[in-house]
Design a protein around this ligand. Structure first.
Ligand code: DAK
Length: 259
């Protein structure tokens, strides 16, 4: 495993790997180097059969305060043209195993876009979500205008992106932006527990379920249903399906191998 400075990457345990954003001095601002490290860590995790689910978190006070504004301030047009950030974001978005984000404190701008790229958000009571790019005279640049509306609908997406106002964890729960709200000290524990449950399922079925759910963003219903039908047929041929059914008959816990 390569070494990282802006993130920490734990050894997988029970199929779950914890990745922590680790720039406390800058509220975990997502500088290019951090995004590159995250993309690399996910590429490694994709290849590692010991990793079935990722839990991504920040600190107990901040998930991430967005793109690194100080780094952005120094970019000239040529730097922006050569910018590696879109490439790193694409690496993050392409990850095929589930990512659960455990969010405490600020989850802003690119930080919120990162959480939106992930699959499930567990938020601490102290979480605050926002897209304050408008205060800098810019707009979200990592999918916020597209993913937020799909997640919370037009009115709230417009409010957040046009005003820069934040919403708290309870408001985020009511808007279906997050799956659960916990006490801040329990956010990571709950995210890890959920990740462990998902990691105990068939990795093939989990991966295909994620792919099918994400396809709903891109396809009309009839096409999505067709994709689901084909995915279902594909899973009929896996050893994991046989094992799942056999284990049910034998009243035991299934041992899924991802075959
Ligand atoms: N960037 C750099 N440093 C940051 C930062 C950020 N986003 N947020 C906080 N910091 C730094 C502060 O400068 C401060 O450092 P020192 O001055 O002490 O050295 C330290 O972190 C602590 O911050 P504060 O003193 O401000 O802490 P407070 O608790 O008082 O306030 C805050 C917390 C989160 C409300 C405040 O720090 C804040 O408003 N931060 C900026 C939030 C923001 O505007 N975020 C959106 C950034 S724009 C793209 C992809 C994505 C994007 C763009 C393009 N492409 C692929 C093209 C995304 C853009 C954005 O996210």
């Amino acid at each position: 495993m390569r070494s990282y400075s802006d993130i920490s990457v734990d050894t997988p345990s029970q199929g779950v790997q914890l990745i922590r954003l680790n720039r406390p001095e800058a509220h975990n601002a997502l500088r290019t180097a951090l995004l590159g490290e995250l993309a690399d860590a996910l590429t490694e995790a994709e290849q590692d059969d010991q990793v079935r689910v990722i839990v991504l978190t920040g600190s107990e006070k901040v998930f991430a305060a967005g793109a690194d504004i100080k780094e952005m301030a120094e970019l000239n047009p040529v730097d922006i043209w050569k910018d590696k950030r879109p490439q790193h974001w694409n690496g993050i978005k392409a990850f095929q195993k589930p990512i659960i984000t455990a969010v405490n404190g600020y989850c802003l701008g690119g930080g919120m876009e990162l959480a939106l790229c992930a699959d499930i958000i567990i938020a601490g009571e102290n979480a605050q979500f926002g897209q304050p790019e408008i205060n800098l005279g810019i707009i979200p640049g990592a999918g916020g205008t597209q993913r937020l509306i799909r997640s919370v609908g037009k009115s709230l997406a417009m409010k957040l992106i046009l005003s820069g106002e934040f919403i708290n964890a309870r408001e985020a729960l009511a808007a279906c932006l997050v799956a659960e709200v916990t006490q801040p000290e329990l956010t990571l524990k709950r995210a890890t527990e959920l990740a462990t449950t998902i990691a105990s399922k068939s990795p093939v079925a989990v991966r295909i379920a994620k792919e099918a759910i994400l396809a709903a963003y891109e396809t009309p219903l009839s096409q999505g249903l067709e994709l689901e039908r084909k995915a279902f047929l594909f899973l009929a041929s896996t050893e994991d399906r046989q094992e799942g059914i056999q284990a049910f008959m034998e009243k035991r816990v299934p041992q899924f191998k991802g075959q």
